[in-house]
Design a protein around this ligand. Structure first.
Ligand SMILES: NC(=O)c1ccc[n+]([C@@H]2O[C@H](COP(=O)([O-])OP(=O)(O)OC[C@H]3O[C@@H](n4cnc5c(N)ncnc54)[C@H](OP(=O)(O)O)[C@@H]3O)[C@@H](O)[C@H]2O)c1
Length: 328
């Protein structure tokens, strides 16, 4: 088969389409002909050599895909050849074929294209895990979502609205419209406004119950200041830096805060299967009714993967960047 390989660690130009061995499926796995995959920030880190795949996983980047089943292992009883599936991967999505465990695969919701379906798994699983499982977010609560127009942010906003809670986002000004359309109650331009002051003003100085953070060190002190008693801070990335100079543990104790870090890729298969099935329960009917939708910013042919990576690294996307995988 053909796949997008990282020829050496470096800029977007190191991504090249090349021949690669076909995946070999296990007894509980499906072989999927990939029609679309989607970009994640992790792919750009992997390309630069900062985020190696977990042991035993494909060196090909790509954490999600949508396609059709072309072979099934001997112990697969829930899928058949021809089924349209999408799913989270630990790697290997930037390829014409990929293997996936039978219980990690999800049916493509009725009415959605391969490109739309490829935009679902990583960001909705991440946001669902953070909001429901780690954050235990309730309808009576308010969340602060940083990078609100990111792939994960656009999923999180819709999940919070579906739960019935309130949300405030930070994002650059040109991205506020999409956040508000997806259910955010307020949007703050973190480049020109002090988000701590703005959130306090918007909440009658009460603060928020849950924060989803991707920025890390430069936001830690303000995030802790903004949490209410029993508040939860979920740290999913540190795009602004990892070494935080100040943290007032007195506030953490007095307010009984929980600061939780999480990643998805290296988790055990059992955990990922449980999360996938829980997301299916919560989300699939909502996707089929159109109440929640995958947010696709742009679709590139996979031969333009370098352009797509550059576009993401310039922070230009609102929602997901999808790659259409060519089989000719
Ligand atoms: N831990 C996990 O399980 C997990 C899973 C999935 C993703 N992630 C991480 O979550 C983050 C979001 O992923 P994604 O794929 O949704 O990202 P994305 O769509 O590429 O969006 C990221 C956005 O963050 C904002 N941003 C970037 N650098 C910033 C900075 N230094 N300060 C403030 N804002 C900044 C930019 O929007 P503005 O124009 O608004 O600045 C940018 O467009 C990534 O770091 C990713 O690695 C973690």
């Amino acid at each position: 088969m053909k796949a997008i390989v990282i020829t050496e660690f470096g800029g977007p130009e190191v991504l090249q389409i090349a021949s690669w061995p076909d995946p070999i499926i296990g007894q509980e796995e499906l072989l999927v002909k990939v029609h679309a995959t989607a970009l994640n920030r992790a792919d750009t880190l992997q390309r630069k050599g900062h985020y190696p795949p977990p042991k035993g996983e494909s060196e090909i980047p790509g954490l999600e895909m949508a396609g059709e089943v072309i072979a099934v292992g001997s112990k697969v009883d829930n899928w058949k050849i021809g089924d349209r599936v999408c799913g989270l991967l630990a790697g290997g999505g930037y390829a014409q074929q990929v293997r996936i465990h039978k219980d990690m695969a999800l049916p493509i919701p009725t009415g959605l294209s391969f490109e739309q379906a490829a935009a679902i798994p990583e960001v909705f699983l991440t946001a669902f895990q953070a909001i429901k499982w780690l954050g235990n977010f309730q309808a009576s609560e308010t969340a602060l979502i940083h990078a609100g127009a990111s792939g994960v942010g656009t999923a999180a906003l819709q999940l919070i609205k579906a739960i019935g809670g309130k949300s405030i986002v930070t994002a650059s000004a040109g991205k506020h419209d999409i956040c508000l359309r997806l259910g955010a109650d307020h949007a703050i331009d973190y480049k020109t406004q002090n988000f701590e002051k703005e959130v306090l003003d918007l909440t009658d100085r009460g603060g928020v119950d849950l924060i989803l953070d991707f920025i890390g060190a430069p936001y830690l002190e303000r995030n802790v200041n903004l949490l209410k008693t029993d508040g939860r801070l979920i740290i999913l990335a540190f795009m602004g830096g990892a070494q935080a100079p100040h943290l007032n543990l007195g506030l953490v104790l007095r307010k009984r805060l929980r600061i939780i870090g999480s990643t998805l890729r290296a988790r055990e298969l059992k955990y990922k299967i449980e999360l996938t099935q829980a997301l299916r329960q919560f989300l699939w009917a909502r996707l089929e009714s159109g109440a929640i939708r995958p947010i696709v910013d742009s679709v590139y042919d996979w031969s333009e993967v370098g352009l797509a990576h550059r576009y993401m690294e310039e922070n230009r996307n609102q929602g997901k960047i999808v790659l259409r995988v060519n089989h000719t």
